[in-house]
Structure formats: C-alpha cells, structure tokens
Design a protein around this ligand. Structure first.
Ligand code: G3H
Ligand code: PYR
Length: 213
C-alpha cells in the first residue's frame, strides 16, 4: 500500500492550520470558504457530520478559487467514495481501520488517517503511510506526548487535531514530526450563523501567521 504524499503534502503544508468545518447550512459554505482563503488558509476540511456536507464540498470546489477542499470524518468506504465523487482533494478520518486503508490504496485522492499511539504509527508505516492526523490531540496527551513519538518513530508526520487553539498551536508546530495542525476555532459557529465573514478572515489570518515556538 502507499499513501499519495506527493498530493497530500502540498495541500496540508500550504498553511500552518487546516480548518475543521462542521457546516449545517449549505448557503454558508461558499462565503465561509472564501473568508478562510482570504485569511490565508487554503486546505479546508469539511467534516461529513452534517447532511449538507457533500453539497458543501461540491459548492466550495466549484466556486471558491484558491481553496483545496477536503472531506473529514470519513468512517467507511461508502463515505470515502462519496467524498471523492463530490470533488474532495484530500480525505481525513478520525481513525485508521485496515478496511479503510485497503480501500484508499491506489486512490489519487490522499487519505490522512487518524491515530494516537506508537503501535498505530508503526502499523501505518507497515501499510506504507507517512502522514497521519494525531487525534484527539490534547485529550491523547498533547504536544509532550507527540514529541515523545518523534524520536523513535520519525517516519510519520502528523497533523494534530482536537483541542488545538491559537495559543497551543505553536508548541505543536515546533515539533519535528508536525506538518500542520487542525482545528475548528477559526470558524466559530456563532460567527458563521451571523455571517460575520470579516471576523472569520481575521481568525484565519491570525492562524495563517502562526509560527513554531
Ligand atoms: O472533532 C474535533 C475536530 O477534529 C476538531 O476539534 P476542535 O473542535 O477541538 O478543534
Ligand atoms: C475528527 C476527525 O478526525 C475527523 O472528523 O475527520
């Protein structure tokens, strides 16, 4: 098996933060994506946690220049195929099952599977993977835990997600095994509901300017 890192790395490394989006109303998808791209965040993970998600991916793909729209919360093969058909340029899952990895094999659209332990990292390496989501990052042990994995297992690059914020992101970004972080803080539900796209662009710009410490 192999993971299409040549496709994945340019997308997720384009900015330090990958917004994790839970979009309820398809009408907000395009202005939300435009606001995030205007702030400098281009890899957008639309989670398949709402009935509108696939339509949101299609809309962003068709209408938002500069966005690389991906799908998150991919739990099975059916969701994988539906997200690819909707135009996703990357796929993210909270875990990594043998069935999902086998299904992703050979897909030109790269999968970023989620893991949180050394054994899972070793299993991914055996499966030909070199990049993973560290999920749920803060709850699983945070940056000190991920740092502890970097020396024995340097071959897996991570996107920590779950409890990551503007405040703690720099500590993750400083780790040698971190390529970006993911988080929902750049798209607060209240700002989306209010259509406050300027506020979201400001949050995105702050996130895009993050540096490792
Ligand atoms: O389900 C969690 C998402 O992956 C993002 O987590 P977050 O809301 O803590 O940023
Ligand atoms: C949480 C996560 O990894 C996802 O929704 O894809």
């Amino acid at each position: 098996m192999t993971q299409n890192l040549a496709a994945l790395f340019p997308i997720v490394k384009a900015a330090p933060v990958v917004p994790v989006l839970i979009i309820e109303d398809v009408k907000t998808a395009v202005p939300l994506a435009r606001a995030l791209v205007a702030g400098g965040l281009t890899a957008l993970e639309v989670t398949l946690r709402t009935p509108a998600a696939l339509e949101c991916i299609r809309a962003i793909k068709g209408e938002v220049e500069g966005a690389n729209v991906g799908a998150g919360t991919i739990l099975d093969e059916k969701q994988f195929d539906a997200a690819v058909a909707a135009g996703s340029t990357f796929l993210v899952s909270p875990g990594a099952t043998p069935r999902l990895l086998a299904h992703a094999d050979g897909s030109p659209v790269p999968l970023l599977p989620g893991i949180a332990t050394a054994s899972e990292a070793m299993a991914l390496l055996e499966a030909g993977y070199g990049a993973a989501k560290f999920f749920p990052a803060e709850q699983a042990g945070g940056a000190p835990y991920l740092k502890a994995l970097s020396s024995p297992i340097p071959g897996v690059m991570f996107c920590p997600t779950g409890g990551v914020s503007l405040k703690n992101a720099p500590t993750y970004l400083a780790l040698p095994n971190v390529m970006c972080v993911g988080g929902s803080w750049v798209a607060p539900a209240a700002a989306v509901a209010a259509g406050d796209w300027a506020a979201i662009t400001t949050l995105a710009a702050e996130a895009a300017a993050l540096k490792a410490v």
